[in-house]
Design a protein around this ligand. Sequence first.
Ligand code: PLP
Length: 399
Amino acid sequence: MSYQPPLEQFEFCQYQPELAYFDSAASCQVPQSVLTKLLDYYQHQHANVHRASYARGRAATQCYEQARRDCAQAIGATAAQVSFQASTTSALNGLAQQLPVAWQAGDEILLSSAEHHANILPWQRLAAQHDLRLRFISLDRASGELGEWQHLLGPRTKVVSLTLASNITGTRFALEPILAAAQQQGAWTIVDAAQAVAHEQLAVTQLGADAVVFSAHKAYGVAGCAVLWLSQALLAASEPFTVGGGIVTGVTKSHANLVTGIHKFEAGTPNVGAAVAAASGLAWLQQQQQLGLHDYLQALRQQLWQQLQQRAWLTLLPTGKQHTPVIAFYSDEFQAHDIATWLDQHQIAVRAGHHCAQILLQDWQLPAVVRVSLAAYNTPAQIERLVAALDAGWQLFAD
Ligand code: PLP
């Protein structure tokens, strides 16, 4: 049976049926069932978690720990290795500062040119603190795949931190050989799965990484929660990212003894509602994948790709052999932001700019691109509308 986009499950599709929302790579819209779960948590269980001596506090704790188990199961992990963080950005900052490495000037960190700023700035800060060298695997302009990396990996490489999929081109990179080689060198390996999580069944233990992280708002959950998986080795060796209440076994005026398990990464009051929504979003996503979401989105992407390719005034950015349903393009005739503004006037939401991945656009000498990213609530009719609006703009404004 072919996939039916579940429009009735998204409130915005009812009260704003004319809106074609093509910015899900930034944030997905949230299914009603996830919102109901979130509301239900706040109405019926909400309290501060852990150490509560009353029933409602225990219920909240139960919700939170169940969310951890559910998220862990969704990514092929055990709950003891999954922590909730505020965002991918905050998790990457935490990792950068607390990785158990005795830094020496000249040590190297390997990234790619496709990284989101969230996976560049924390390493730049660390590099400035310890006089480290950042190295970048370049992205091949023709194929959209990662270029040569073997010569960039050596005994000085202490960390390899890479995105699993580009938030601009949509290429899903074949990271596994790089991660395996990095681990053989003794480097810590980190995967930013923010752009991959909505489009593949993550099996975190099989990637060959020490840390895998993604934000729930990119997987039909809500903002304020990221899922961070850590290898046993990194979990044991890393210090907490932040310190404070909830992660101690005892505190004196001069010293604190910390818990040793996954909870040491969750100082302070956690965002329980967002964690509950994260688990619910992932469960919803899994259900949709079973109904054929993946193939549906790839077909939709193909429809758009073919249509855009026929417009000589547009240039599509290359996308690798495997890709998420994301397409980026630019025009020599019109600025990216003008295209996005024009589309907005037609109730079509796309994103224009550098997409927090300026290194890639600098490498490719592009000031800005338009990005269309697809999700479960997009339809073939919306793709037709998008292309028709682009054509109308071209006819009106082109010389
Ligand atoms: N990494 C990638 C690949 C992203 O696409 C994004 C967001 O667009 C992030 C990290 C940052 O995610 P957040 O803003 O949820 O921290």
